[in-house]
Design a protein around this ligand. Structure first.
Ligand code: AMP
Length: 217
């Protein structure tokens, strides 16, 4: 099963992806995670991406398309879920071409729907541990000791792209460049919409229901 997960930043794509990959044994391909790893490793690609990521804009298509084409080429034929890619119609067309050349295609697109105000609250309250990567929230998922990681006691930090100005910019970028993809995919294949302003367990149950049916079909 080859899936694309769409949704505004902060809609819960990462959380849902974890459950989906476990249940259906898929490879999780997150463009944001790959970029963050490249940055942490100090590669040329990471350096190029840095300024775009920190401002809330998109890394140019040609960089991302090449990076993700590599990752997809290495993915097992049977299954993966793309998270954070594609993010522009141009990227989606490049993805379709790359898969088609290889006799593959996207089976379904999962679209997490949520209001801007809700995601802005989720993202600006997010804190993470620079040591182990654990993620917390100042209201919804507090660490046991304020500001410190439960696992290793490291001081928690806010990702630069979770600051209020950058979040506003990321949401605008999403509406302008990524939201048109929902129509692109509705014209080209199967899109399942999910209300993401619910308990993550409920969102997960709705997703599993659709995907179980797809697997059985
Ligand atoms: P994410 O963790 O998916 O929200 O990605 C973090 C940042 O990485 C984004 O705000 C973009 O700057 C960049 N990024 C991730 N995926 C893409 C993509 N498909 N196209 C362009 N930029 C991307």
């Amino acid at each position: 099963m080859r899936l694309v997960l769409l949704g505004a930043p902060g809609a819960g794509k990462g959380t849902q992806c974890k459950s989906i990959v476990d249940r259906y044994n898929l490879l999780h391909l997150s463009s944001g995670d790959i970029l963050r790893r490249e940055r942490a490793a100090g590669t040329e690609l990471g350096k190029k991406a840095q300024q775009y990521m920190d401002s809330g804009g998109l890394v140019p298509d040609e960089i991302i398309i090449e990076m993700m084409a590599e990752a997809i080429k290495k993915a097992p034929r049977a299954g993966f879920i793309l998270d954070g890619f594609p993010r522009t119609v141009n990227q989606a067309a490049a993805l379709d071409n790359a898969l088609e050349a290889d006799g593959r295609e996207i089976d379904a697109v999962l679209n997490l729907q949520i209001d801007d105000q809700v995601v802005a609250g989720r993202m600006t309250g997010r804190r993470s541990c620079p040591t182990c990567g654990a993620v917390y929230h100042i209201e919804n998922l507090k660490p046991k000791r304020a500001g410190l990681c439960d696992h290793d006691g490291t001081e928690l930090v806010q990702r630069p792209d979770d600051s209020p100005e950058v979040v506003a910019n990321r949401l605008e970028t999403y509406h302008q460049q990524t939201e048109p993809l929902v129509d692109y995919y509705k014209n080209n294949g199967t899109v399942y919409d999910f209300d993401a302003d619910r308990d993550p367990e409920d969102v997960r149950a709705s997703i599993f229901e659709k995907l179980d049916a797809l697997v059985r079909a």
